[in-house]
Design a binder for this molecule. Structure first.
Ligand code: COA
Length: 168
């Protein structure tokens, strides 16, 4: 059976919520610094409904038929408040395919549809974030034309050890 790419509808929410969980588990598995609030992830059915209702968000699914989804692409418009030009950019929130469906051109197909949606909204730039240890994802984004742009860094802020402060 083939896979059809189409806009997400409310009936997709249980399958989308399942894949949001897989996406979170994937990221926890590749980088032990990544932690999710699993109560929030398990409540995805509730907040995905709000996402599907928003004009500045869009979700497409890869539909395998009989209610089975094998991937999704969730994008939104992001307003930059620090004076950047352009002031609003397209943003890739989540892009996910079940493992067996990766590398078959499905995300490229879904992105083409998303780019048309962005163009219709007047967007000229699209950005995304990718975890530094997500090597396959990072490689795929390069192949899909996304260049390095901004580098987010992280520091684990440890509690201050009492007695080690200067002056003690
Ligand atoms: C990243 C992901 C969304 C890409 O979707 P996909 O359908 O597998 O990608 P496509 O098959 O459309 O491939 C797009 C391009 O990326 C390349 N590519 C895909 N996976 C790759 C990999 N693991 N390593 C190197 N290149 C890769 C493809 O060769 C293709 O380039 P080409 O057309 O020049 O040959 C998908 O692999 C995925 O769901 N990964 C796990 C979740 C994830 O990492 N999401 C992104 C979080 S930021």
């Amino acid at each position: 059976m083939g896979v059809q790419v189409r806009p997400a509808v409310d009936n997709d929410i249980p399958e989308l919520a399942r894949m949001v969980g897989e996406m979170a588990a994937y990221h926890e598995s590749i980088d032990d610094r990544v932690r999710f609030d699993w109560k929030e992830i398990r409540a995805a059915g509730r907040w995905l409904k709000l996402v599907l209702e928003r004009d500045h968000h869009a979700v497409w699914v890869a539909d395998h038929g009989e209610g089975i989804l094998v991937g999704y692409l969730w994008v939104h418009l992001r307003r930059l408040r620090e004076g950047y030009q352009p002031p609003v950019v397209g943003y890739i929130s989540h892009a996910f395919l079940e493992e067996h469906w990766r590398g078959k051109g499905l995300m490229r197909q879904m992105l083409d549809i998303a780019y048309d949606w962005f163009r219709a909204k007047g967007m000229t730039v699209v950005t995304l974030g990718v975890n530094h240890r997500n090597w396959p994802g990072s490689a795929a984004w390069y192949k899909l034309g996304f260049q390095d742009w901004s580098h987010e860094r992280r520091l684990e802020l440890k509690p201050k050890v009492r007695g080690n402060e200067p002056g003690f």
